[in-house]
Design a binder for this molecule. Structure first.
Ligand code: 13P
Length: 251
């Protein structure tokens, strides 16, 4: 494995004080982070501004947003646009997370539109895909993931996945403390990599396949052994700074 890409998805957590502490913690442990991973932080939109300074000073951290609207400006109360994100030095945007698919009724067409918009705006989509527990029991994981990928190809075209990230996050694993089996994840990701390569019919540059779902200090080591896992989308375990640092030390 090259240096893994680690994206810390803070979801609906944190406040001004916690993010100030996080910034100091990142600065203090810069050496470990730089040695162990390519780090990417995804705070809630309203705290993105706090990271501007560290992003400007330190090229070793990238900044992600957790959502984006499909419009870039106009009368769309409450939304955040790609232009605003770029203004905050954001480079990546998480889309298609199961929490948005399920709790905010985002369907696959809306997600594909967001993906398309991000590509046009030169922002890097982090597309989350994954199956429910019922689909897993029915052996439909690969089929479901391919379907979630196909809709993107249909709207964006053959080169859709150039310079993008896909995070395979089985829904049943997220926040459950129950991670997927690393060998099974390896099989799923290698199948998807081949599938995407074939459909892209061109060299797939700068393409990452991540795993997300209850990644922690006890299991990361096993995932790192698998060759098609390029990194991790981490939720709960990044909220505790000591655990987050321990995760890195286990890589
Ligand atoms: P957990 O690490 O809490 O399972 O969350 C994973 C996730 O949803 C990251 O986007």
């Amino acid at each position: 494995m090259n240096l893994p890409l680690i994206i810390a998805n803070w979801k609906l957590n944190g406040n001004k004080k916690i993010f100030s502490t996080l910034l100091n913690f990142l600065k203090k442990n810069k050496k470990v982070f730089k040695q162990k991973c390519k780090l990417n932080i995804a705070p809630s939109h309203i705290y993105l501004y706090k990271f501007r300074e560290i992003i400007k000073e330190n090229q070793w951290i990238n900044l992600s947003a957790q959502n984006v609207d499909i419009h870039v400006s106009g009368a769309f109360t409450g939304e955040i646009s790609a232009l605003m994100l770029k203004d905050m030095l954001v480079t990546h945007v998480i889309i298609g997370h199961s929490e948005r698919r399920n709790f905010h009724n985002e369907n696959e067409y809306l997600i594909a539109e967001k993906f398309n918009l991000l590509k046009k705006q030169n922002l890097i989509p982090i597309l989350c895909i994954g199956e429910t527990i019922e689909e897993k029991k029915d052996n439909k994981t690969i089929e479901i993931c391919k379907k979630q990928i196909d809709i993107i190809f249909e709207l964006v075209g053959k080169k859709a996945f150039y310079n993008t990230i896909i995070a395979y996050e089985p829904i049943w694993s997220i926040g459950s403390g129950n991670s997927a089996n690393p060998k099974e994840v390896q099989f799923i990701l290698s199948t998807l990599r081949t599938y995407i390569k074939e459909k892209s019919s061109s060299f797939l540059e700068d393409f990452y396949l991540l795993y997300g779902g209850s990644v922690n200090e006890n299991n990361i080591h096993f995932f790192c052994k698998e060759k098609d896992i390029d990194g991790f989308l981490v939720g709960t375990a990044c909220l505790n700074f000591d655990i987050f640092l321990n995760i890195l030390k286990k890589i």
